[in-house]
Design a protein around this ligand. Structure first.
Ligand code: HEM
Length: 479
């Protein structure tokens, strides 16, 4: 990684050797939010690594659109390739177009109704086990919904034991990955217990996926899931039987790893944030419940309900504006480049933050306010296109954006039809950015079962009418 030897203004407060590392680690979101006041592009130093942070939305757009010059790389992506491999999210520009061509059909709109069936089923399964009046670890529950959905849509035919093993390893990898990305390789090489646990989870998860691939190849059945589609994927630009016309087993494994990482944490955290925000804005929660009652009448949300779940969708969109799971992204310049009329040498780390852009007062009125109605058709048109990038943009835009919005909307409506979640007094919820995805920390809420008329259903499960309760601690993440 190169030093950012550019003529951009340097963020104040750099310490000798450490640069801005301490300020960044202490409160990365605050640090990022302070940068637009300094310049459109600002140089920072994280230990020995220099990077330029692009703050102006039109310049971020330039970075996103020119993905040959601003290729995947930089301090967040260089290390992630070590464990995520060369999948769609991490591969370089030279491999990207072929991979995207081959994988895109799996995310075609026509596939969504099939995925939506699993999304609804898993949201129902997790929330059906809730009991009235309990305190739940919201992030664990929403992560359980997204993890179960991801497993069901990627490899529906994999044995439960393999899915469970993968779920546990994924949790370990997710915990350790951000730290590993920021540590210099020689420090990360020290075999601490955490590092050994991480390495074991890494090796085992690859073996597990390899085994699932081998089983799928052996039975040769099309299970209608993402794995079946990856195995059958054909590059139309390569002649049949030529090298590269199909994805190799290693390539399939890297894609699966990318999907698992890209989808589980992000959707789980977005849903958790939505529930947290609703807890603090009861008047908006009431509108959500009213919509769920009118559309679902106490049932589970399905794909055909989506057009009528407008309040729900706007709540999800606004949640991802305030707390975009992909809060910080990086690139590296492959050649000498220009940004905002200034020179950037080849090999420079370039960072940008959807979180920072989404909180700019010149792009959003009252940017700190939770206001789902800003996405209503009569107001949304006033928001510039480059101001909202929860899924990135350009050729590297999230391939799972429609999948993610569908899952989050169906899950939130399904929850709202039967449950109201109340904040637990005295607990402080904080944004925890020390992970690839920005999540809430300390989010525990109380379940209130409700019926279609909006009444509280005391002393029983909202879903089944049973009186039996689960243990108070519902934090175990179920795959
Ligand atoms: C709320 C949920 C999600 C959010 C916020 C999100 C966010 C993002 C962002 C910001 C990028 C661009 C990264 C960059 O420019 O460096 C991205 C790329 C990607 N996402 Fe998502 N994502 C979500 C869900 C999903 C799902 C459900 C899948 C797949 C099942 C997925 C798969 C991918 C892949 C494969 C890429 C790389 C695309 C490419 O480079 O061509 N994501 N995502």
């Amino acid at each position: 990684m190169a030093q950012a030897d550019c003529s951009f203004v340097i963020a104040p407060g750099a310490l000798p050797l450490l640069g801005h590392t301490l300020r960044f680690l202490r409160d990365p979101l605050r640090f990022l939010r302070s940068l637009p006041d300094i310049g459109d592009v600002v140089t920072i130093r994280l230990g020995p690594v220099g990077a330029v942070v692009v703050c102006a939305p039109e310049l971020v757009r330039q970075v996103l659109v020119d993905d040959r010059t601003f290729d995947k790389g930089g301090f967040l992506f260089d290390r992630s390739r070590e464990f995520l491999g060369n999948g769609l999210g991490t591969c370089l520009h030279k491999d990207h177009r072929r991979q995207r061509r081959m994988i895109q059909p799996a995310f075609h709109r026509a596939r969504l109704p099939g995925y939506a069936r699993e999304m609804s089923a898993q949201a129902h399964a997790v929330t059906d086990a809730w009991r009235h009046g309990r305190t739940i670890d919201v992030l664990a529950e929403t992560t359980a919904i997204s993890l179960r959905t991801t497993a069901a849509t990627i490899f529906s035919a994999a044995p439960a034991a393999l899915r469970e093993s993968l779920a546990a390893d994924l949790a370990t990898l997710e915990e350790g990955v951000f730290r590993r990305m920021l540590l210099p390789p020689h420090v990360d090489a020290v075999p601490t217990p955490g590092k050994r646990r991480y390495d074991r989870a890494h090796a085992r998860s690859r073996q597990t996926i390899n085994r699932i691939i081998a089983d799928y190849r052996a039975d040769g059945v099309d299970h209608g899931d993402l794995m079946s589609m990856l195995l059958a994927a054909q590059d139309d630009l390569a002649g049949p039987g030529t090298e590269g016309a199909r994805l190799s087993d290693d390539e399939v494994r890297d894609q699966v790893m990318s999907f698992l990482f890209a989808s589980t944490d992000t959707i789980g955290k977005a849903l958790a944030w939505a529930l947290h925000l609703l807890g603090g804005h009861p008047h908006i929660a009431e509108r959500l419940h009213a919509e769920a009652d009118a559309v679902l009448a106490g049932g589970v949300a399905g794909f055909d309900d989506l057009p009528r779940l407008e309040v729900t969708r706007n709540i999800i969109t606004e949640t991802m504006r305030l707390y975009p799971p992909g809060w910080l992204l990086t690139r590296t310049t492959t050649v000498d480049a220009e940004l905002g009329g200034r020179h950037i040498p080849a090999g420079t780390d370039v960072a940008f933050s959807p979180y920072q852009i989404h909180h700019r007062g010149d792009l959003f009125t009252e940017p700190e306010r939770f206001d789902p109605d800003r996405w209503a058709p009569d107001r949304a048109g006033a928001i510039p296109r480059e101001a909202f990038l929860p899924f990135g943009g350009g050729a590297r835009k999230c391939i799972g954006d429609a999948y993610a919005l569908t899952e989050a909307t169906l899950a939130l409506a399904t929850i709202a039809a039967r449950w109201r979640l109340e904040p637990t007094p005295g607990r402080r919820v904080r944004a925890a950015p020390y992970a690839l995805a920005l999540g809430p920390k300390g989010l525990f809420m109380r379940t209130v079962a409700r019926d279609v008329a909006g009444h509280e259903v005391r002393g029983r499960s909202a879903a089944s009418g049973e009186g039996a309760g689960r243990p108070k601690d519902t934090s175990a993440s179920r795959p």
